[in-house]
Every structure is written in C-alpha cells, then in structure tokens.
Design a protein around this ligand. Sequence first.
Ligand code: MN
Length: 202
Amino acid sequence: MKFELPKLNYEYGALEPFLSARLMELHHSKHHQIYIDKLNTVISETPEAQNRTIEDLLSNLETLPESKRTAIKNFGGGHYNHSLFWECMSPNNNKEIDVEIIKAIENKYESFDNFVSIFSDTATKLFGSGWVWLNPDLSITTSANQDNPLNDKMPAPILCLDIWEHAYYVDYTYDRAGYVKNWFNVIDWERVSKRYLDYNNL
Ligand code: MN
C-alpha cells in the first residue's frame, strides 16, 4: 500500500486572487508529492510502518524503530498536514452562512474578528517554518517543521495554516502577514464546521 497525492476539490486557479494557480500547482504537485515519495520510500524500508494509516503512524511514533522515526514524522507529517490544508480551503468561503463553528468561535473568542486577529498574530510571529492549528476544542497551537498535534497524542486538528515560505513566497515574497490575511478568504468554513461537529459528536 502506497500513499498517494489526494486530488483537490477545486482547480489550481480557483483560489485566485488570494492564492495563484502557479503557487497552488507547485505546492500541491511538487512539494506535497515529494513528501509522499519520500514517505513511501522510508515505509518500504520499515516493516513496522507498513499497512498502517497515516494518523496511526503520526500518533504512535514510539512504535517505530528509532532510526526511522524522524523521517516518518517529517515526511508523514508533510503528507498529513498538506492533505488537511487542501481540504480546509475552497472558493466557497461561506463564513456568512449559519455554520455551528462560527457561533462556537464567537463564543470562545468574544468575536470572530478577535479570533482572526489572535490566529493571524500567532501565524505572523511563529519563527521559522511550521504550522498553525485550530484544534477541536478551538484552541490555537503551533508546531515547527512538519510536526502536528497528533505527535503529542492530541485529537486531529480541524483547520491548519502552512507558514513555510514555500506556501506563499511565489505570490507574497517576504510578506507573510499579507498571505495570512488573504488566506482567511479561502477557508471553507462549512468543511471546518463538519470536522468540528464530527469530533465533538454534535
Ligand atoms: Mn507546504
């Protein structure tokens, strides 16, 4: 069993003008594909890692041989994190529709704008390459490199933002804050809400 690049639910150009077709194509068909290729290679050399889901591997790294653990965390994280990233975006921003998660966010953060401001601040200030996560309890956390909340045995996150330079440099060069600000226009809140409701059994 080999891991494969997931198809996007939209065209590469569908998130313009916020994320260009060129950026999306490079990020998906090159960066993500390379993580998958490297992951498949290391798994082919690691019997303990075979026939297991990506979630299982990343949540139970201690069950893997120490010599392979870092590679599986890095390349497996690269695969898992990007898969979630694509899933949480679409041209249908639908923030205005009546989705449960918007109400829940307003409850926890006093207002949606305040949530956006805290999340953006966290993303802008994170040093180096990494990710920002929205967890099912609506907490905001960060990780370095391709690490993710599963590595700490936390539940699967419901939304994530890639802040590696490769995620925005083609369109935004050094302006990470501009990238983060525009990314809020392509979050598919209906999908994020579904993840939130599923996890919390609502
Ligand atoms: Mn990336």
